[in-house]
Design a binder for this molecule. Sequence first.
Ligand code: KG4
Ligand code: ZN
Length: 333
Amino acid sequence: MSIILAIESSCDDTSASIIKDGEVLSNIVCGQKVHKSYGGVVPELASRQHLSNIVPTVETALKEANIDYSELNAVAFTRGPGLLGSLIVGLCFAKGLALSQNIPLIEVDHMRAHVLAHFAEDPKPSLPFLCLTVSGGHTQIIKVKDIFDFELLGTTIDDAAGEAFDKTGKMLGLDYPAGPIIDKLAKEGKARFDFTTPKVDGYNFSFSGLKTAIMYFIKAELKKDPDFVKNNINDICASVQKKIVDILLATLERAAKDHKITNLAIAGGVSANSELRIRFEELATDNNWKSFIPRFAYCTDNAAMVGVAGYFKFLKKDFSTQDVTPAARVSWS
Ligand code: KG4
Ligand code: ZN
């Protein structure tokens, strides 16, 4: 039997989860409202908030799972990628706990954890499967051949899909993170504006050109009508969202067909997007594929996914030592 405490602190969410034999007993996420008015995460503020939040978040996760510190068999934490200051808080807490309880320490790669979040759900995808991982910092198509054997088929060459949502939102005067706000406003709008689709090699993505196209479009329209954004916000959001989803799904479809893979999954914060979820499901039905979409709580940053990834490493006794350091960028291998 194994009881693992998992900690996620790579960006602006402090999260703790208890995983018993691979099953999630609790998953507590403490967000940070402090960044809202800055249009992005302020790293120094994020680390300070993690410091204040980590102990109550861990204690709530333990309490909800009805588990005591002394019952833990291991502690898993996100080593990276992420903000260095934020990662250090989770890592130091995990190291201290491992020492005090004399239990092993397990480092987890944040992006792999997003993919493995699917193993916290039932039914689970069968191997091999393709996972479109879309977050604030990454956009990847991964061929998951085995729990520990991932092949990166495509990635963004500039901005991530989440960044495309967030930066467009900033141009439109929306708060950070704009992704969920655009999602909400798009529901009331029509995608009647079109933007050019970037041409990218292989299964890679590019969102920086789209961001610039949207900026020039808004500037030109504002010249004609200073209230253009205010009066058309829902339609602009619907158009931007449709374009981002078009790009993501077209590339995923091509990768799946070329690789003859019929189990497909989405993961990461942007997989909480309602249009992406609906159209992904439709695409799968049209092609007779099996689709896997995590529940909302396992899409955005959460410690349950770190715990599940940590559990697989626990089974292999793949532990870290006390001299492990955080890694802002983790190289894909
Ligand atoms: O995975 P995540 O929580 O953190 C990172 O690892 O980056 O992803 C955060 C990203 C943000 O860019 C946010 O705007 C986006 O996910 N996001 C959404 C939605 N919910 C979160 N984007 C579009 N629609 C949503 N409903
Ligand atoms: Zn993430």
